[in-house]
Design a protein around this ligand. Structure first.
Ligand code: HEM
Ligand code: HEM
Length: 202
């Protein structure tokens, strides 16, 4: 027998909560995609801070400490983005709101693609810079990390400049990304931000 009235609503709400699915659907982000999105957003903010502080500090034990944290979190982010992209490959992604104009759908796709490229390119350029500078690296003071290329001063300098430029580009695109999310929520009043925050009911 089907539950009716208030009772039916409670059963529905319990089912909805127990269905906080890991996988994405065509209408909402699953819990893994959401958690990876927010974890990486927080770690990226920390990365900017550590990178800037490390850059400002002169040669000192503090600089070494700060940069070891920076490099370790950077390598963690590289692994996380690889997991995130693999997960995305085997999952549907939620459809844009039906009323979205085509140009906005394409702008969002291009923006997300750029963010993924930068999330790969930043740690890779950092790793290249570190190897080219011939600096040994232990991730979290624990895991000896291999060099990706042989020591080379010219490459070290180029990778350093690339790293800094890519970081500025990432910051600019993230600001646009945040503005777009807020526009969806407050001006367009759709579900785009909500579905990245929690698993809501269809
Ligand atoms: C997503 C990951 C990363 C982000 C967002 C990031 C961002 C940054 C930023 C904003 C700076 C300051 C740039 C400046 O003002 O000159 C910086 C510096 C630096 N980063 Fe990264 N980084 C990341 C990953 C890495 C990795 C994986 C490594 C090394 C394995 C690394 C090595 C360095 C070094 C050595 C500096 C200091 C450069 C200097 O003082 O000349 N970074 N990073
Ligand atoms: C306050 C900060 C942020 C907010 C409010 C936010 C909001 C959102 C929202 C609402 C979506 C879902 C878009 C959709 O359903 O079509 C999304 C997706 C995405 N966000 Fe963010 N975001 C933030 C920070 C970041 C940061 C720092 C990054 C990485 C640099 C990032 C990378 C992405 C990517 C790549 C997607 C697309 C996911 C995919 O298609 O696989 N976000 N974000």
């Amino acid at each position: 027998m089907q539950p009716v009235g208030k009772h039916a609503d409670q059963v529905d709400s319990l089912l909805a909560r127990s269905h906080d699915v890991i996988r994405n659907t065509g209408r909402q982000w699953g819990s893994l995609a959401r958690q990876l999105h927010w974890l990486m957003a927080i770690l990226l903010a920390v990365q900017f801070l550590l990178g800037k502080v490390g850059h400002e500090l002169g040669r000192s034990p503090e600089r070494l400490q700060v940069l070891t944290w920076h490099k370790s979190i950077g390598i963690t982010l590289l692994l996380l983005v690889l997991i995130r992209l693999s997960w995305r490959l085997f999952n549907p992604t939620p459809e844009p709101p039906p009323e979205s104009p085509r140009r906005e759908i394409w702008a969002a796709r291009a923006g997300h693609l750029a963010l993924y490229c930068l999330m790969l390119a930043l740690p890779l350029s950092g790793w290249v810079m570190n190897s080219a500078k011939n600096m040994p690296m232990n991730v979290f003071w624990l895991i000896p990390w291999p060099d990706i290329i042989a020591p080379n001063e010219t490459i070290a300098e180029f990778a350093g400049e690339t790293h800094e430029t890519l970081a500025i580009l990432l910051a600019v695109i993230v600001l646009g990304h945040i503005a777009a999310a807020l526009r969806h929520h407050f001006l367009l009043g759709d579900d785009v931000l909500r579905r990245m925050l929690r698993n809501h009911r269809d």
